[in-house]
Design a protein around this ligand. Structure first.
Ligand SMILES: [Zn+2]
Length: 67
């Protein structure tokens, strides 16, 4: 089951800080970011990749448990 609040990759429209507090990298305008509409958090590519894998794993778990 997919929701409209699912995170997605997009191009950063602003520069800013990565949403991961442990990551001190700066997001620059035009960079690829992983954006969570829920919470309005944007992650740099490194963190985004990790979050995406985590998110996909959670989706997988959900489908397993609801089956
Ligand atoms: Zn980051």
């Amino acid at each position: 089951m997919r929701y409209s609040k699912d995170p997605f990759w997009m191009t950063a429209k602003f520069s800013g800080q990565c949403g991961n507090p442990d990551c001190h990298c700066q997001i620059r305008k035009g960079e690829n970011i992983f954006y969570f509409p829920l919470g309005k958090k944007a992650y740099c590519q490194n963190c985004g990749n990790a979050r995406e894998r985590q998110f996909e794993a959670e989706i997988f778990d959900e489908s397993v448990y609801s089956a």
